[in-house]
Ligand binder design. Structure first.
Ligand code: UN1
Length: 501
């Protein structure tokens, strides 16, 4: 439990209530993306470690499922209280490890705290239905039961919030968890696991196994005793996971990103639209699944919007997110910055016009961090790769249109369906847009980010496979329905369908 210092930390596995090393004691470095410094190291585990974690989880779940849900929830209330108490510490570590600016880190930790109290409340609900039976003296109801052992695989861009979206509903519903966090952000995982332990979660109910997707991720996905997988990450990896789960009929919940757009109509409040676009395109350096990477604008206000955006983009301060006044932090690592830059080159080759940014920043004061200039393209055609593929960086593209109908068609003309937004004052536009935009989340007069935890989070098409994170709907991923019939007539009553047999 003392294992929580940022400098020189080494993150081990947490199996059956103990921080343990792996037989294969290989480690990889945890890097601060703001300056390239080494924060510590994280264990690269093997499939054997996953086996040990599953064995511990199975033993623990046998008892955990029998703990009354309101008592399971008490532990989540305590988790929420501890997170609240440690909010600043968690936020500082989050910024150091992942790079998002400190205000955003605080926001993310708050999202986790909200999730704790919200899901704790579910411990006193977890409702099913009671419904009349077709027969006399017979009672019928449906109840939620835990699925069993849950494998959760979480990304680095929201290292604590997304972990809470998945682990809290799983735990309150009576499951045990095997968690593989992103290799880039194991410190947040270590912090959250310590909080679970201090809150009194019995050993084996949560188990942490760190390491690569190829080794640990695959071992979790393929393990015959893990009943459900909940994954957030790229579409490419999500598809591979779904194929594997399909072969073994394992339930799988996927959230795989977006190509989100803000629509700006000719009657929009442009100041508001500019603010919403800047926040959702360049906040978190564009590394949100919900980030605005397309701006679909009515041609009548296109130039005005461009000018206002450019003026505001000049004011964006870039640097280490722990420093005061910084608005845009680094991107996660070298691989990410190269990919972002490649997309910018692709955009230029495709004939899009670069209005701002477009370069890797290497100023001296930025040290060895991974900084990319906030980038704006215009005159982008909807079929260009920069308007179709997820870039996951501070790059956004203006696509001009002549009508709402065309805007909606372009919004829907991508393979993802996570989030969309429209700025307009016209009530007819509002209701048409909320009906016809084909994303799982729609914002009116706000940017594409900022989902609240008590609503379902996820999307259509290449974004997901029909499940949702957070909201009460998250419980559907981690529970089975059981229909229970109680006959108190004292005789064998055949069901109505079998009466005439
Ligand atoms: C993500 O990027 O995967 O809606 C999650 C938002 C945040 C969550 C983003 N509440 O922007």
């Amino acid at each position: 439990m003392a294992n929580t210092v940022v400098d020189g930390a080494s993150v081990l596995n947490y199996i059956n209530g103990e921080w343990t090393a792996s037989k294969n004691s290989r480690f990889t470095e945890i890097i601060n993306p703001a300056n390239g410094s080494v924060l510590g190291k994280v264990l690269l585990s093997t499939s054997k470690d996953v086996d040990n974690a599953v064995a511990a989880a199975k033993a623990a779940q046998k008892k955990w499922r029998l703990v009354p849900a309101p008592q399971r929830a008490e532990i989540l209330y305590q988790v929420g209280a501890l997170m609240k108490e440690r909010k600043e510490r968690l936020s500082q570590i989050l910024t150091s490890e992942m790079g998002k600016v400190i205000e955003e880190a605080r926001g993310e930790v708050q999202e986790g705290i909200d999730m704790a109290f919200y899901m704790a409340g579910e411990g006193r609900r977890l409702t099913g239905d009671t419904t009349p039976s077709e027969l006399k003296d017979k009672f019928a109801m449906s109840v939620r039961v835990p699925v069993g052992i849950v494998g959760i695989i979480t990304p680095w861009n929201f290292p604590i919030a997304i972990a809470t979206w998945k682990s809290f509903p799983a735990i309150v519903a009576g499951n045990a968890v095997i968690w593989k966090p992103a290799t880039e952000t194991p410190l947040m995982a270590q912090e959250l696991v310590n909080i679970f332990t201090e809150a009194g979660l019995p050993k084996g109910v949560i188990n942490l196994v760190t390491g690569s997707g190829a080794e640990v991720g695959d071992a979790i996905v393929e393990h015959p005793d893990i009943d459900v997988i909940s994954f957030t990450g790229s579409n490419e990896v999500g598809r591979r996971i779904a194929e594997k789960c399909g072969r073994s009929l394992k339930r799988v919940s996927l959230e795989m990103g977006g190509k989100n757009a803000v629509i700006v109509m000719e009657d929009a409040d442009l100041d508001l639209a500019v603010e919403g676009i800047l926040w959702s395109a360049f906040g978190t350096s564009g590394q949100r699944c919900t980030a605005c990477s397309r701006i679909i604008v009515h041609e009548k206000v296109k130039e005005e919007l461009e000018q206002r955006l450019l003026a505001e983009m000049k004011k964006l301060t870039i640097g280490n997110g722990l420093e005061d006044g910084i608005k845009v932090g680094p991107v996660i690592n070298e691989r990410a910055i190269k990919k972002i830059h490649q997309y910018v080159e692709i955009g230029q080759e495709e004939g899009a016009k670069l209005l701002a940014g477009g370069s890797i920043l290497e100023d001296k004061h930025l040290g060895n961090g991974y900084y990319y200039a906030p980038t704006l393209f215009t005159n982008v055609r909807p079929t260009m790769r920069i308007a179709q593929e997820e870039i996951f960086g501070p790059v956004t593209s203006i696509i001009p249109v002549q009508s709402l109908e065309e805007a909606i068609e372009i919004n829907n003309g991508v393979s993802y369906g996570l989030s969309s937004a429209i700025f307009t004052k016209n009530v007819n536009n509002v209701f048409t847009a909320q009906r016809d935009l084909d994303t799982g989340i729609v914002y009116i007069n706000a940017g594409t980010t900022g989902a609240e935890i008590h609503l379902p989070f996820g999307g259509s098409k290449g974004t997901g496979n029909g499940h949702r994170d957070s909201g009460v709907q998250a419980l559907d991923v981690f529970t089975e329905w059981k229909s229970v019939y109680v006959d108190f007539s004292g005789k064998l009553q055949r069901a109505q369908i079998d009466m005439d047999v």
